[in-house]
Design a protein around this ligand. Structure first.
Ligand code: PEP
Length: 255
């Protein structure tokens, strides 16, 4: 059975006090739920990762992600943070290939491939984001764009490493816009992603990888999106800054 995962991507938000307050509120609400198979992943700014790790220690349902890491292992890269550093403080996941970094930091699939290799070799797990722009969807290129993003950044991995990945399908036109992909568009793309992985590797690997949806996910639309056969949870941006609404998204998994 695939793991259900809901990721809170706080992006560049919160002061330290706000971050501590937010994670404390999330923890207390999560503690009241019976979450058997759902993992809640918090991705704060680098600055607050240690605070969030401390506060969530001992909570089996909550783990921590970094929003990024360097493509280099260590050395003279002023301002960068390496996967080895993140592992040393207890981070579990790293978000890689978010469309905001592809757009504003010019990250391309080949650079992301380098990051993924370092993340995996330093015992962290990548959450790899893929997804098409509106222009690409309108010109019917969405499948080929996503296939290319998978192919160029991931498909060099041997099976045993590929299995460790989490994939997030995040159509760029749905991120932070209030426009959500329809249930049909979501299921169709998630199934496509699984088929592409299955062709490259095999169906048991494809069936074991959690594929999350991201893009204006909220407490109203989460349950129908998460009910899709090939959707295993969500990557949540804006709404993850409000503990109540975020935890309602997590609750979408509870019958
Ligand atoms: C995101 O940042 O990955 C995201 C999905 O943002 P939002 O939920 O705000 O659309």
């Amino acid at each position: 059975m695939r793991k259900k995962i809901v990721v809170a991507n706080w992006k560049m938000n919160n002061t330290q006090d706000e971050a501590i307050h937010l994670v404390t509120a999330i923890i207390s609400k999560i503690n009241n739920l019976t979450l058997k198979e759902v993992e809640v992943v918090i991705a704060p700014s680098y600055l607050y990762i240690k605070d969030v790790i401390e506060l969530t220690k001992g909570n089996l349902n909550i783990t921590v992600a970094a929003q990024n890491c360097s493509e280099h292992l260590k050395g003279a890269y002023t301002g960068e943070v390496s996967s080895i550093m993140l592992h040393s403080i207890g981070v579990k996941y790293v978000i890689v290939g978010h469309s905001e970094r592809r757009a504003y930091q010019n990250e391309n699939n080949l650079l992301l491939k380098q990051k993924i290799d370092l993340i995996l070799s330093n015992h962290l797990l990548p959450i790899y984001c893929c997804g098409e722009s509106l222009e690409e969807r309108n010109s019917d290129e969405h499948f080929s764009v996503v296939e290319n993003q998978l192919n160029e950044a991931l498909f060099h991995l041997p099976m045993e490493l590929m299995k460790k990945l989490v994939i997030a399908y995040e159509p760029v036109w749905a991120i932070g816009t209030g426009v959500t992909a329809t249930v049909n568009q979501t299921q169709e793309m998630h199934q496509f992603i699984r088929n592409v992985i299955s062709k490259k590797y095999n169906s048991s690997i494809a069936d074991s990888i959690s594929v999350l949806y991201g893009g204006s996910c909220n407490s109203t639309n989460a349950s129908e999106l998460f009910a899709c056969e090939d959707v295993d949870g969500g990557l949540v941006g804006g709404v993850s800054l409000a503990a109540n609404d975020f935890v309602k998204i997590v609750e979408s998994f509870i019958d």
